[in-house]
Design a protein around this ligand. Structure first.
Ligand code: ADP
Length: 401
């Protein structure tokens, strides 16, 4: 039961407590699990109490989680925590713990639950009749306590990974923003310079008394076009910075690639690299978040540009699309590729061979693609350079939509 509880502690704990009450063999029984709040890494200040009762044929679990200000200090549970070992009471006054129905002649077994040698909980069992220490029962409960400890560890590791992933996503956004901001500064400068030129020319015409309405209208129209271009570029930047949490829009990947190529044109040109597109016509739509997928493309293209130094022959990056069972995007370069032993680390967070690399672009990109139900892989080309392949599911149309 516990082994199958993939990522949630509560249902597993409730099911286990019910079993413990039944298997204990007493007509009246109670089983408790006191657990340190799962989100806490250290000895937590908030503890939760899960309970199950058996009264004859009546079985009840109480998943109403009661918050306790700290680990249990009283009774057998407190003692088990202090000792770090199983505590058995053959005859115990349970009414002292506010459990009057069990009476003064209960038996109790309490065991600490450990994770990484830290006590993260206590498993407690109360039976309604006195009983000498039963080693088989202690052994069974010890096994359950140890499995609960593993489960707590597993869920905590998942939570840590999620937290790390969120942190990585933020860092990656900043990293790719650095690339894009440089490119955008160039991009915005061009229309602004054009506006300065056009308006300077118009002033000149006016000063010389050579300005007729038609000439002025043409110049003003150019100023308007250039101002719109600059505002479009700033809008793109806004979109990229916008907080977003995974939209599910229908997307035309070819358009997205075109926009990304426009965005990175200056970066590529400054590096002496040509961006080439081979986009399949009438590419089926996909569903996803355009900003996130653009971030993946930016990471792949910037990596490809950075991989090609001036010694590379035919310095171009090819972005191609193809529709098969899935939609495929391939970003391919003519750089040196990677040694086979390094290829295995390609998607490992913080793996980088660049002097100032963060080494998170590819791991984030893979997470984003997988979040979209797809796969991202990278391999050396047979002749020269590397290709990164994104495969995304096609949209299946609902017949009633
Ligand atoms: P960073 O770019 O910060 O190093 P990435 O996760 O984007 O982090 O990439 C990790 C590493 O993968 C890079 O440092 C580089 O060694 C390798 N790599 C990525 N793309 C390519 C490519 N197109 N050609 C060769 N090596 C690459």
């Amino acid at each position: 039961m516990i082994a199958n509880a993939a990522d949630s502690v509560e249902p597993a704990v409730e099911a286990v407590l019910e079993r413990v009450c039944l298997e204990g063999g007493y007509p009246l029984a109670r089983a408790y699990v006191h657990l340190a709040s799962i989100g806490e890494e250290s000895q937590s200040s908030v503890w939760l109490l899960h309970r199950a009762y058996r009264s004859g044929g009546d079985m009840r679990t109480d998943s109403e989680i009661m918050q306790q200000p700290g680990p249990p200090a009283e009774g057998p549970a407190g003692e088990a925590l202090r000792l770090g070992a199983a505590v058995w009471r053959s005859r115990y006054d349970a009414s002292a713990l506010g459990i009057p129905d069990l009476g003064k002649r209960a038996c109790v077994c309490a065991l600490p639950i450990f994770h990484n040698e830290t006590a993260v909980g206590v498993l407690e069992f109360f039976g309604s009749a006195p009983c000498a220490r039963d080693e088989d029962w202690v052994e069974a409960l010890t096994d359950i306590a140890s499995q609960l400890g593993h489960l707590v560890g597993r869920v905590r590791a998942q939570m840590r990974a999620l937290r790390q992933q969120a942190g990585l996503a933020r860092m990656s956004r900043v990293a790719s923003m650095r690339e894009v901001a440089g490119s955008l500064a160039h991009e915005v400068n061009q229309p602004l310079a054009a506006i300065v030129n056009y308006s300077g020319g118009a002033l000149h015409l006016l000063e010389q008394g050579r300005a007729d309405d038609e000439k002025l209208a043409r110049v003003l129209d150019q100023v308007r076009i250039q101002a719109k271009r600059a505002s479009g570029i700033i809008q793109d930047l806004r979109e990229l910075l916008r907080h977003n949490d995974g939209r599910q829009d229908r997307l035309d990947l070819n358009q997205l690639i075109q926009r990304t190529a426009d965005l990175l044109e200056t970066t590529a040109r400054d590096a002496g690299v040509k961006l080439r597109l081979e986009l399949e016509e009438n590419l089926p739509e996909i569903v996803g978040d355009d900003i996130q997928l653009q971030q993946v493309l930016i990471n792949l293209v910037v990596n490809a540009i950075e991989a090609m130094d001036h010694s590379c022959a035919g310095r171009d990056v090819l972005i191609s699309t193809r529709a098969g069972e899935q939609i495929e995007v391939v970003v391919s370069d003519r750089g040196p590729g990677m040694h086979d032993e390094l290829l295995a680390k390609l998607f490992t967070p913080f793996f980088s061979t660049k002097p100032h690399g963060l080494g998170i672009g590819l791991s984030i990109s893979r997470s984003i693609v997988e979040f979209h139900g797809g796969r991202l892989s990278g391999a050396n080309n047979p002749d020269q350079g590397m290709s990164f392949r994104i495969r995304l599911p096609r949209v299946t149309n609902c017949p009633h939509a």
